[in-house]
Design a protein around this ligand. Structure first.
Ligand SMILES: *[C@@H]1O[C@H](CO)[C@@H](O)[C@H](O)[C@H]1NC(C)=O
Ligand SMILES: *[C@@H]1O[C@H](CO)[C@@H](O)[C@H](O)[C@H]1NC(C)=O
Ligand SMILES: *[C@@H]1O[C@H](CO)[C@@H](O)[C@H](O)[C@H]1NC(C)=O
Ligand SMILES: *[C@@H]1O[C@H](CO)[C@@H](O)[C@H](O)[C@H]1NC(C)=O
Ligand SMILES: *[C@@H]1O[C@H](CO)[C@@H](O)[C@H](O)[C@H]1NC(C)=O
Ligand SMILES: *[C@@H]1O[C@H](CO)[C@@H](O)[C@H](O)[C@H]1NC(C)=O
Ligand SMILES: *[C@@H]1O[C@H](CO)[C@@H](O)[C@H](O)[C@H]1NC(C)=O
Ligand SMILES: [Cu+2]
Length: 544
């Protein structure tokens, strides 16, 4: 009888939720002193006394529960990069945007529904704590087979590591007595959490196929990844499946991910090397510092001789390129754009001699009331972007409209832009700002081929624009920001307030999140200044 009851309950559970499970992680986030790169010992942010954070694995349909205890001396918050958070914008973890930080010494539990499948990551979203270690891959296994069969899953996560904490680097950036920009710092590259030249071999068995999930969790720099002697068949970018497309190597901006299927050779006669390059093409070429090369072993048999495959020059290789990828689900181009935003990236030195970044004519600052709380509490006025405060640059979207964003980058730096809550179609790259003949030839316009690839983080190369489109089908408050943390900290961000009218009807902010703000003296209702109507008295003045 007991057994029968158990089976019955089990059956009901299965029929209601499939094989859905709750996957629970307890994260005590705190400082530790580590030497990650083999060169510097410094303070970093780890979990349960260790770094890297262990990667998180769930299956589509599961609920990921993260019990966070904050052992830092500053607030913290945790964001699942690439997850749409349908119906739960308040679980997005964007500090001072969708929640107040979790105060030191307190706990908060994130409950994140893994409705998507693919390769994501989880990182700190308060005070850029990701840069100091608070970041880890999130793999969501699909319940359906992939477009290309493979035998095993292999995770390759890439980070850069600086010799000083992020706050110390920003203190230089914001120091009016130091000429902007301060001299570049050259980070080291980490593969799977350790010095990239000491990482464990990737083990291949002859004839087997492997899905490599490559994640760039870096805060500023790009990574190239290749397996000379093997070809890489891309099947996923940023959690969206693609029509299989074979390349020689992956080129990943900060925040981007790819899955590639690799077929092992038929014999274990030789081992091979894999090749990773950490680079920033806006920093001068300095041998040994930029770029930095890392190599690891693709090991077929311990002790087998290494077969070195000389790779042709970079320009002769085919690197991953989202404009040529096609979405596997064949979603056509979203036509009839209802609203188009043209944002230009720039920077400005203000009268206090501090240089800030500009997007959409403003340098972003969070308002006094996190915009999600204003959106929930301002009634009809929530539909007017002015209520969120002038330095938040809130753009209100209507439910279902098709939105195009064009980001112009007439600067000598590449940028990597991330939109929360969505995957957008990447539709076009083209020239911007007249190019710079001393650094780059003029660039052609390149458009998608068919079924534009979707992803959540796109690169706007120097002197280029990039166009993306998405449908506003996810009521919530979603940040759109540069994923290079120095730029983000300098204000390269705006906020989209999506269908606040529907949001008010459909979602309720948990009381625990409201109480968390109140314990820090942060108001959870009213406009960006915590007042009624358009009275923004109390917000700090705009920089001049
Ligand atoms: C807070 O989290 C810590 C560490 O995970 C745990 O030991 C403690 O019991 C939690 N406290 C509460 C009130 O849940
Ligand atoms: C990693 O090893 C390769 C091969 O030995 C070497 O060329 C490269 O300089 C090393 N990288 C670093 C950052 O030391
Ligand atoms: C590693 O990659 C870099 C950049 O693509 C390239 O210059 C270098 O020759 C490669 N090394 C090997 C051994 O393939
Ligand atoms: C800004 O820099 C200029 C030139 O160095 C100097 O004359 C001016 O006093 C500085 N202003 C402030 C507010 O520090
Ligand atoms: C939003 O409110 C401001 C200030 O009252 C007003 O000037 C503006 O016209 C409003 N915008 C819209 C779209 O209603
Ligand atoms: C062009 O590039 C050079 C070298 O990086 C730089 O010094 C110069 O400021 C750039 N010109 C423009 C218009 O950005
Ligand atoms: C605006 O709000 C401030 C409080 O922040 C209040 O002192 C002031 O009276 C308000 N002004 C108006 C016109 O309501
Ligand atoms: Cu940037």
């Amino acid at each position: 009888m007991r057994c029968f009851l158990f089976l019955l309950v089990h059956f009901i559970f299965l029929s209601l939720f499939g094989n859905a499970a709750r996957v629970v992680h307890d994260w005590d986030i705190g400082y530790l002193t580590v030497n990650r790169d083999g060169y510097t010992t410094r303070r970093a942010i780890g979990v349960n006394g260790q770094l890297p954070f262990p990667p998180v694995y769930v299956t589509k349909g599961d609920t990921l529960v993260i019990n966070v205890h904050n052992s830092l001396d500053l607030p913290t918050s945790v964001h699942a990069h690439g997850l749409f958070q349908h119906g739960a914008s308040y679980m997005d973890g964007a500090g001072l945007i969708t929640q107040c930080g979790i105060p030191p010494g307190e706990n908060y539990t994130y409950k994140i529904r893994a409705d998507q499948a693919g390769t994501f990551w989880i990182h700190g979203h308060y005070n850029h704590q990701n840069v100091d270690g608070l970041r880890t891959p999130l793999v969501i296994y699909d319940t359906e087979p992939a477009v290309v069969d493979y035998d095993e899953d292999v995770l390759v996560f890439l980070e850069e590591w600086y010799s000083v904490e992020f706050k110390d680097r920003m203190a230089e950036v914001f120091n009016p007595l130091i000429n902007f920009p301060p001299p570049p710092s050259f980070p080291y590259g980490l593969i799977n959490g350790i010095n990239g030249n000491h990482s464990k071999p990737i083990r291949f068995t002859p004839g087997k196929t492997y899905r490599l999930r490559v994640v760039n969790m870096a805060s500023t720099e790009w990574f190239k990844f290749s397996l000379p002697g093997h070809r890489l068949q891309i099947i996923e970018a940023d959690g969206i499946d693609s029509v299989p497309h074979t390349v020689d190597g992956l080129d990943l901006g900060p925040g981007q991910r790819y899955s590639v299927v690799v077929t092992a050779h038929d014999t274990d006669e030789y081992n091979y090397v894999y090749n990773t390059t950490l680079y920033a093409n806006f920093v001068p070429f300095i041998p040994g510092q930029n770029p930095r090369y890392y190599q690891g072993l693709v090991e077929y048999k311990a002790g087998a001789p290494i077969k070195t495959i000389a790779q042709p020059a970079d320009q002769l290789l085919e690197w991953s390129d989202d404009i040529v990828l096609r979405a596997l689900d064949r979603e056509p181009l979203l036509e009839q754009v209802d609203e188009s935003f043209v944002f230009t990236i720039s920077s400005k030195k203000y009268s206090n001699n501090v240089t800030l970044a500009i997007l959409d004519d403003i340098s972003f600052q969070p308002p006094l009331v996190p915009p999600l709380f204003s959106a929930m509490s301002m009634g009809d006025l929530a539909l007017n972007g002015s209520v969120y405060g002038p330095q938040t640059r809130a753009h209100v979207l209507r439910l279902g409209e098709i939105v195009e964003i064009v980001v112009h980058n007439p600067t000598i730096l590449d940028h990597a832009m991330h939109l929360h809550g969505h995957a957008f179609q990447v539709t076009e790259y083209g020239p911007s700002g007249g190019g710079n003949s001393s650094t780059s030839p003029p660039v052609p316009v390149r458009t998608f081929s068919e079924w534009p690839m979707r992803r959540d983080t796109f690169v706007v190369p120097a002197f280029h624009y990039t166009k993306v489109r998405f449908r506003a089908d996810n009521p919530g408050v979603w940040m759109f920001h540069c994923h290079m943390d120095v730029h983000f900290a300098m204000g390269l961000a705006v906020v989209f307030v999506e269908a606040p009218d529907v949001l008010q009807q459909q979602q309720t902010i948990p009381q625990t999140l409201i109480d968390m703000c109140h314990r820090q003296g942060i108001s959870t209702s009213g406009n960006g200044a915590g007042n009624q109507g358009f009275n923004l008295t109390g917000l700090p003045p705009l920089p001049s």
